[in-house]
Design a binder for this molecule. Structure first.
Ligand SMILES: Cc1cc2nc3c(=O)[nH]c(=O)nc-3n(C[C@H](O)[C@H](O)[C@H](O)COP(=O)(O)OP(=O)(O)OC[C@H]3O[C@@H](n4cnc5c(N)ncnc54)[C@H](O)[C@@H]3O)c2cc1C
Length: 688
């Protein structure tokens, strides 16, 4: 029998003739929009059919353990692809088009999808009745599937809300609000009459009316014997939180407070510093004197959280640069060509950014801030946090006070003491993962002319073979922030001459030459706590409740990659999405969502730092597979300067626009990294 052709094998004739918009072809633009709508829904149904095949295999009990993991994992990825389809529609389908062609559907509605009904039923059956009795590894995979379906639902809800607002839905439902009310239900008519509680989450309850107060136990609350399982009802999942306390009023804490304020009766932000009226460095954020970049992903996330903020920053003088178009980026022994496609970054000073975020967030309803107030411990018992112990700074001990909350958010940054506080309650502390290269920083502010060649800054990237780095960027107020870095035992000096002299050790003379003509306006300041450190609060267990950890307190990254602020913003967006259904999921689900949002940055930073000389810590990547991966990534890096495709893919990963695995899975990048030789770029400063 002859082999089928590509087209006959895939039945392309049938497939490609199945898009039949109801809009007349004369209305070409509208008809094409409707076609997009049809294509995305058809593609979703096809992907969904594969999910059901995989889950059907599990249901039939035909799977051993590795088959189970493989099938569930595949289903998770497919459901994530379905979520991606919704995002695609949200980004590409104009609302006004949708509202026009939707008239023609009659009452046809997404809720009629038999396959989606089937999916919800199967997932509910697997996770609710079977999940608890399974081995932990299988239960974990099912939890991920459940999370993926929740993500699909909340993205679907967001899409419907965006397209319909409060207009009625086509299935004679009331659009966005109707779906919001149903986010935790199956599709219409499919909800079982009585639902047993899920084994993996707290039963949904209204919050307790009276907060239980713990006695004041000061800095080191003593252990209590009550095990988590005997805790009284926990208001961790339900419609609305009564009181959220956010400890730490810097970028991560403020953005988290902003998101949670939509789901709480009130939010109190505690900050140990006093805020100044104008932007300025402050003691609680020692890194505020150092160069900070806002990556493209962070800009997008901030724009979603606080629309108009980027314009405010630009109006206050924050520069916006194209990378690599505006920068001299030195990597792998060469300048990166400035003609490669660029993406934007912003370089407000850290105090300006925080000041503008603060002004916007604290103007919101339901948020109070208490400055000069330091948290000194947690209230609660093992597995359950019920509030914080606070004291007024500079006041005597008797000012200590208990502040109860049904959710405490730890946003105390890199030096946060929550692990010790949890231990003080007699509970478990999170496991810690560390990769520390010992990189030492120093930053100095200069007045100077623009560097030669139309450049607006430099980024000299250190690597395993070349340990010195530099970041030179403009900030508002006609200033240049210059950060130099070196390995543990070769820290940049903090006297002005020594600082400038240190730049001579960089692999190209351009920065030193420019710096020699610049005028310092501050003394250089050093910084040494640059380890990548991640605390696994997500592994404290599903019963652990009342505490959510965000920002650097959860995942602090080597600053050389400039990711921390963007991760804080991306995490707040992840939280927003997780809460999009209008109900507050268990804290554990929120914690996992926040951790997940920081994972690409963690993988980038620890992946790049692991092969550095002197890298230490329990999460340093090692072994033959890691070495092979490092060899491949070194080939990728070598091709970045001269190859626009590899440069763009690599930049998207560094800017947290694409997951690191794309460098391994993109056929174009693979082909170039493995089959081509690196194209050298000129040694002179790169021209535009
Ligand atoms: C040298 C350096 C350079 C960096 N460069 C960049 C960059 O270019 N781009 C980028 O995106 N990121 C950069 N980062 C990372 C970025 O600064 C952090 O990721 C970001 O500030 C994290 O914000 P956060 O809110 O989690 O913590 P922080 O900003 O550290 O804030 C913690 C807050 O908690 C308060 N606090 C602490 N303990 C208590 C307590 N017990 N009670 C009450 N309040 C408390 C502190 O006063 C502070 O306000 C850099 C970091 C460093 C160190």
């Amino acid at each position: 029998m002859p082999h089928p052709t590509y087209a006959s094998y895939l039945r392309l004739d049938e497939l490609l003739s199945s898009q039949q918009p109801l809009t007349p072809p004369e209305q070409r633009d509208l008809s094409d929009s409707e076609r997009l709508f049809i294509v995305v829904h058809q593609a979703s149904e096809i992907l969904l059919s594969q999910v059901l095949v995989d889950l059907g295999h599990l249901d039939a009990g035909r799977c051993g353990r590795s088959c189970f993991t493989h099938r569930v994992d595949r289903a998770v990825r497919l459901v994530d692809a379905l979520t991606g389809q919704l995002t695609l529609l949200r980004r590409t389908l104009r609302r006004e088009d949708f509202l026009r062609f939707r008239e023609r559907f009659g009452t046809a509605s997404g809720l009629e999808s038999e396959q989606f009904k089937e999916l919800f039923l199967r997932v509910r059956r697997l996770t609710r009745h079977g999940g608890g009795a399974r081995p932990p590894e299988e239960a974990r995979h099912l939890g991920e599937l459940d999370d993926a379906v929740r993500r699909w639902r909340s993205t679907h809800l967001e899409l419907v809300g965006h397209m319909l607002g409060d207009l009625p839905g086509t299935g004679e439902t009331s659009g966005g609000r109707f779906l919001a009310a149903r986010l935790d239900d199956g599709p219409a008519g499919e909800r079982p009459a009585a639902q047993p509680p899920r084994p993996d989450r707290e039963p949904d309850r209204e919050p307790d009316r009276e907060p239980d107060r713990e006695p004041d136990r000061g800095d080191a609350p003593g252990p209590r014997a009550l095990p988590a399982s005997s805790a009284s009802p926990v208001p961790s999942a339900g419609h609305r939180l009564r009181h959220v306390v956010v400890v730490g009023g810097s970028v991560a804490g403020l953005l988290t407070a902003h998101v949670l304020a939509d789901h709480a009766e009130r939010v109190t932000v505690l900050e140990r510093d006093h805020y100044e009226d104008a932007p300025g460095p402050r003691a609680g954020v020692p890194q505020s004197r150092h160069t900070h970049v806002l990556l493209t992903s962070g800009m997008n996330a901030l724009d979603e959280l606080l629309p108009g903020l980027l314009t405010e920053l630009a109006e206050a003088g924050a520069p916006r640069l194209a990378v690599p178009g505006d920068l001299g980026v030195w990597q792998a022994g060469q300048w990166i060509s400035r003609r490669h496609p660029s993406a934007p970054i912003m370089t407000p000073s850290r105090p300006l950014l925080e000041h503008r975020v603060r002004r916007r967030v604290l103007a919101g309803p339901r948020i109070d801030v208490r400055t000069g107030t330091e948290a000194t411990g947690l209230l609660g018992r093992p597995g359950r946090v019920t509030g914080v112990v606070v004291r007024q700074r500079g006041a005597a001990h008797h000012t200590r006070q208990d502040l109860t909350a049904d959710l405490v958010v730890d946003a105390t940054g890199r030096t946060g003491r929550t692990p010790q506080w949890l231990a003080g309650l007699g509970g478990r502390s999170p496991a810690e993962e560390v990769v520390d290269t010992g990189r030492a920083y120093a930053t100095c502010v200069f007045h100077a002319d623009d560097p030669a060649g139309d450049l607006r800054g430099f980024y000299i990237v250190p690597d395993a073979g070349q340990p010195f780095g530099a970041i030179v960027l403009p900030a508002e107020g006609d200033r240049w922030l210059v950060t130099l870095s070196g390995p543990r035992d070769e820290a940049p000096p903090t006297d002005p001459e020594g600082f400038t002299g240190f730049a001579d050790r960089l692999p190209h003379p351009a920065v030193h030459k420019w710096l020699s003509t610049a005028r310092p306006v501050t003394r250089p300041v050093g910084y040494r706590h640059t380890a990548n450190r991640r605390r696994r609060y997500d592994r404290l267990g599903r019963d652990h409740t009342g505490l959510l950890v965000v920002g650097d307190a959860l995942c602090a990254l080597n600053p050389v990659y400039g990711q921390g602020l963007s991760v804080a913003a991306l995490s707040a967006v992840a939280l927003k999405r997780e809460l999009a259904g209008g109900r507050v999921p268990p804290v554990h689900a929120l914690q996992r969502a926040v951790l997940r949002s920081s994972r690409p940055a963690w993988d980038v930073a620890t992946g790049a730092d692991s092969p550095m000389p002197g890298a230490a810590g329990n999460a340093v990547r090692g072994g033959p597979v890691a070495r092979l991966l490092d060899r491949y990534l070194a080939r990728v890096r070598d091709r970045v300067p001269g190859d626009p495709v590899v440069c763009t893919a690599n930049r998207d990963v560094l800017f947290l626009l694409a997951p690191p695995r794309t460098l391994l899975t993109s056929p174009r990048v693979l082909r170039r990294a493995l089959l081509t030789t690196a194209v050298p770029t000129p040694r002179d400063l790169p021209t535009p």
